[in-house]
Design a protein around this ligand. Structure first.
Ligand SMILES: *[C@@H]1O[C@H](CO)[C@@H](O)[C@H](O)[C@H]1NC(C)=O
Ligand SMILES: *[C@@H]1O[C@H](CO)[C@@H](O)[C@H](O)[C@H]1NC(C)=O
Ligand SMILES: *[C@@H]1O[C@H](CO)[C@@H](O)[C@H](O)[C@H]1NC(C)=O
Ligand SMILES: *[C@@H]1O[C@H](CO)[C@@H](O)[C@H](O)[C@H]1NC(C)=O
Ligand SMILES: *[C@@H]1O[C@H](CO)[C@@H](O)[C@H](O)[C@H]1NC(C)=O
Ligand SMILES: *[C@@H]1O[C@H](CO)[C@@H](O)[C@H](O)[C@H]1NC(C)=O
Ligand SMILES: *[C@@H]1O[C@H](CO)[C@@H](O)[C@H](O)[C@H]1NC(C)=O
Ligand SMILES: *[C@@H]1O[C@H](CO)[C@@H](O)[C@H](O)[C@H]1NC(C)=O
Length: 576
């Protein structure tokens, strides 16, 4: 044990002196991950994790599969204990309410005689359903449920209201905000907390079903902001205004940002980069690191637009289900989907995306919860792992590093730190995992709650186990926190001190290894450190218990596994 600790320090010193450390052959480690604690590259919201609730009725089917059951905002069973506990476990979980049919929803007005009817199937109308209506009694129930379960709600407003759809498929005319105004006023009068009001769903660019020009959308966004300012006049905290909740289109988004800049707090994009749910090759795509990497493009492009305009507007992923048309059963609701999902969370945070909403919390084939039983699917647990939410994750902003020449498959992210650190971008020149298994992906996350560091490693290889050594550069405060030493030392000295510090040797890591039951990637049951996770008959979400490992030992990343490593005793300057 002592010996391996010495090796650790040698490695660290070698790190500082040059790249020569690679010539040290450390048999224990097939890969090295270096956490540069000096600065962070991006920040995410404390409640980065978000999930959606949609409107689709039970009659919604794709490729003859009807996967929505009673998961619609209008019919979801709000008395279900598991649903309540699953949301409550996050406190707060952001929920974005919306989806395709949101632009066909009318909000009941008090005293309105018009019938408030549900969506009905009609294949000759856009999206296959007639307009639906949200009763205020249902809205009451939903708000009581959200309040009690500790959800933070973003509501997607009907942006087609008042517009005409032309024969070319585009809309003309301005948004009619009257009905939205009555909903917002009702909400405020009832004292319901809404975190944000979002305008429209997938009407940006060429749109889904129909579209609205960027210029018009910006005008409508300004109207919504004015409306919010008016209705919430005198409130200390006003809800955010978000839009457009659509697919990224560079020209459209660019124009929209330019025109709506001062009226929009968050720009929301949707992500379905795996193609349609009916695609037979989804699993191959999910297990292909270069395919996964391709997913970073829209995050990067959107950041560039925001930077170019020098706006305070932030980027969100408002809806991401991976595979469109409701996902695919036993893929997007099974263990394998965690590889896509967690990788997305990591990449998104690298590009300073503040919030990432998974389609869906429940409903379709991509729910975090099983649509009929409400039992969590594997991704619920990944999301609830200590790195990501449950006990109040906060910031995870990984950094992508350079890769060595032989590790094209390796994706190595470095950490970000807490959100009150000023954003600093730096180019990490991390020790690539040159000798490591070609398919380990890693994402480091900093865990704001008690400023602990969590690292996430994903092994996309089905055969090889990889042992990864974890090292820190500039872990100043670590030494301080353990030894109560004053600052003002060079990095090298500090690491030297670590060597002599007996307490450091005793430091342990908490590890959470997630694997599929029976090694079956299509399983909907996940094992934590080898034990099956299940909800007991009282509907209680299990506690996620770590295993403890000695700090100086390698992290063993099993084939097809997801590993969260939580290091309670290490702190770095960027965290302070
Ligand atoms: C970790 O390893 C060191 C060095 O071998 C040893 O002294 C220490 O007791 C170990 N700690 C734990 C918790 O196993
Ligand atoms: C460690 O981080 C602090 C704070 O970011 C920085 O001022 C200092 O220069 C860093 N030290 C080294 C050795 O990188
Ligand atoms: C709409 O659907 C909900 C849930 O299925 C049902 O309770 C309600 O009665 C329906 N409303 C109408 C007008 O059919
Ligand atoms: C479906 O919608 C079309 C166009 O609005 C209408 O003509 C037709 O009657 C509707 N069909 C049913 C069954 O309601
Ligand atoms: C639809 O259901 C059938 C039968 O269960 C299944 O074989 C097929 O894979 C499903 N398709 C999708 C896209 O989920
Ligand atoms: C929900 O869980 C049940 C029981 O485990 C399972 O049979 C069913 O396939 C699951 N449904 C979905 C859509 O995953
Ligand atoms: C760590 O980050 C600091 C600050 O951005 C940077 O100066 C330093 O070069 C980085 N270290 C490595 C090894 O990349
Ligand atoms: C379910 O788990 C909770 C928490 O561990 C426990 O308090 C409760 O008694 C359990 N219920 C049953 C039926 O086992």
């Amino acid at each position: 044990m002592a010996l391996s600790f010495v090796w650790l320090c040698l490695l660290l010193m070698a790190w500082f002196s040059s790249k020569t450390f690679l010539s040290l052959s450390i048999e224990d480690f097939e890969g090295i991950m270096n956490v540069n604690g000096t600065a962070s590259i991006g920040f995410i919201d404390e409640d980065f994790i978000c999930a959606t609730l949609d409107w689709w009725p039970p009659e919604k089917c794709d490729y003859e599969n009807c996967s929505w059951d009673h998961a619609s905002l209008v019919n979801l069973d709000l008395n279900n204990k598991i649903l309540f506990n699953a949301i409550k476990a996050f406190s707060p979980l952001k929920l974005r309410l919306g989806g395709t049919l949101q632009d066909k929803v009318r909000y009941q007005r008090i005293g309105d005689q018009e019938q408030c009817s549900n969506f009905t199937k009609n294949s000759s109308v856009m999206f296959g359903f007639t307009n639906g209506c949200l009763t205020m009694s249902r809205w009451d129930q939903l708000n009581i449920f959200f309040k009690n379960s500790g959800a933070k709600v973003v509501f997607g407003l009907n942006a087609l209201s008042g517009r005409k759809i032309n024969s070319n498929g585009m809309t003309s005319g301005a948004w009619d905000s009257n009905n939205a105004e009555s909903l917002i006023r009702y909400t405020v009068n009832k004292g319901y907390a809404v975190h944000g009001w979002e305008l429209g769903n997938e009407l940006s660019g060429s749109g889904i079903g129909t579209s609205v020009s960027a210029k018009q959308y910006a005008t409508d966004t300004i109207s919504l902001q004015n409306l919010v300012q008016k209705i919430y006049n005198g409130f200390q905290e006003k809800p955010m205004v978000l839009g457009p909740g659509g697919f990224f289109d560079a020209n459209w988004f660019n124009e929209y940002v330019a025109e709506a800049s001062s009226s929009l707090q968050a720009i929301t994009q949707h992500i379905y980069n795996l193609g349609p749910g009916v695609d037979e090759h989804l699993v191959e795509k999910i297990l292909d690191p270069s395919y996964l990497d391709g997913g970073s493009q829209p995050f990067r492009d959107l950041q560039n637009i925001l930077k170019k305009h020098g706006t305070s507007m932030v980027a969100w992923v408002g809806e991401a289900g991976g595979a469109y048309n409701s996902g695919r059963n036993l893929v997007t609701n099974a263990f394998v989907f965690g590889f896509w999902y967690l990788d997305q969370l990591g990449m998104a945070s690298t590009y300073n995306t503040k919030t990432y909403c998974r389609q869906t919390l429940i409903g379709g084939n991509y729910g975090l919860l099983n649509t009929t039983t409400f039992v969590p699917n594997p991704d619920y647990y990944s999301e609830a792992s200590p790195g990501l939410g449950r006990s109040g994750l906060a910031i995870s902003t990984p950094i992508e590093t350079n890769f060595g020449p032989n590790d094209g498959f390796i994706h190595h992210y470095l950490p970000i730190l807490r959100s009150r650190i000023l954003l600093t971008r730096f180019k990490p020149q991390c020790a690539s995992l040159a000798s490591a298994n070609g398919k380990t992906r890693s994402i480091n996350t900093f865990y704001r709650h008690r400023q602990r560091i969590t690292v996430l490693l994903i092994n996309l290889d089905g055969l090889k186990t990889t042992n990864v050594g974890l090292f820190f550069e500039n872990a100043t405060t670590t030494v301080k926190s353990i030894q109560q030493e004053p600052k003002k030392q060079t990095g090298k000295t500090k690491f030297t001190k670590m060597l002599r510090n007996p307490k450091f040797a005793e430091a342990t890591r908490d590890e959470y290894h997630l694997t599929a039951k029976n090694g079956n990637l299509h399983s909907q049951t996940v094992l934590l450190n080898g034990n099956e996770l299940f909800v007991n008959s009282s509907g209680i979400i299990p506690l996620l218990e770590p295993i403890k490992r000695n700090f100086s030992s390698p992290i063993t990343v099993a084939p097809f596994s997801i590993v969260f490593v939580h290091i309670p005793s290490i702190q770095v300057p960027a965290c302070i």
